[in-house]
Design a protein around this ligand. Structure first.
Ligand code: ADP
Ligand code: MG
Length: 275
């Protein structure tokens, strides 16, 4: 149960960058506000290996979503480098290397569940027949076959997030970026979806690399291979905790004493930072 403190930054070759699903090096970011410049990210270094699940935890407002948006190329850092399998975020986006799901499902309200899941396939130029088959497969995998023709407002919050996950996985991306995907759900639904995500990650082959932002420490430990703990704003990496719990994992692991110990360890790191 070792806490591995952040490695010192070393210059890395192009070959090294390509081996990581995600490599974030020395990323800094500030926002201009009416009160002046606010620094959000203060030199973040982190990596996610192919097929690895990494959770990013930290106090509310510390910059987790900002870092994730930088990884997607929706925002640019002030300094530092982000590579996804050696590509820039913008290139990776163009080449459909990652799928994304956020706290709010962000579904198109006039499209039914099937048409929402089909969206990335349309954008990638899939034929209608191929789309139909892939959407049916994804909806079945998420237990949503009966809801295919319902509009988002006719779906429960949990079902909306299942649609969002199906959409994120539509193109079988090698990277999955999740920003608090279950935070808006009630506790039981959230636990159910955590279990479903565990099952998904155990069955998708090859397993995508996952960067999961969450403020829920149990969720972080349950789902991930490694947890990166960020400090209060401006965020720095406080610690990396390896989660050496065997896979495949089942949702009832949440009641396991080993999980509780890891959660306590993470809480202690955050408390030490005044979190
Ligand atoms: P987290 O996801 O960890 O809760 P965020 O990355 O959303 O944190 O936000 C980090 C900080 O940056 C917060 O103080 C937030 O108010 C600020 N912030 C986020 N986006 C912007 C923006 N576009 N303009 C100004 N400040 C922002
Ligand atoms: Mg956030």
């Amino acid at each position: 149960m070792a806490i591995l403190f952040q490695e010192t930054d070393t210059a890395s070759s192009a070959a090294d960058l390509r081996t990581w699903a995600i490599k974030v090096q020395g990323v800094t970011k500030h926002y201009q506000t009416r009160g002046g410049a606010v620094q959000v990210l203060a030199g973040i270094n982190c990596t996610v290996a192919a097929g690895e699940v990494v959770a990013l935890v930290g106090p509310s407002g510390c910059g987790k979503s900002t870092l994730l948006r930088i990884v997607t190329g929706l925002e640019s850092p002030d300094g530092g480098v982000v590579k996804l399998f050696g590509l820039s975020p913008v290139q990776a986006r163009r080449e459909h290397r990652f799928g994304i799901a956020f706290q709010t499902a962000a579904l198109l309200e006039w499209r039914d569940a099937a048409a929402n899941v089909a969206l990335p396939l349309e954008l990638a130029g899939w034929s209608p027949e191929a789309r139909k088959a892939r959407v049916a497969e994804l909806l079945a995998r998420m237990g949503l076959s009966d809801a295919a023709h319902r509009l988002p407002r006719q779906l429960s919050g949990g079902m909306q997030q299942r649609v969002a996950l199906a959409r994120a996985l539509a193109l079988a991306p090698p990277i999955l970026l999740l920003d608090e995907p279950f935070s808006a759900l009630d506790e039981l639904t959230r636990e159910q979806l955590q279990g479903e995500l565990l099952d998904l990650l155990a069955t998708i082959s090859p397993r995508p690399a996952v960067l999961l932002v969450t403020h829920n420490l149990t969720e972080a430990v349950l789902l991930s291979d490694r947890v990166i703990v960020l400090s209060r704003r401006p965020a720095q990496v406080l610690a990396e905790v390896s989660i050496a719990l065997p896979r495949p994992r089942r949702a009832d692991l949440r009641d396991d004493v080993r999980l509780h110990q890891l959660v306590a360890e993470l809480r202690a790191v955050l408390r030490g930072n005044g979190g």
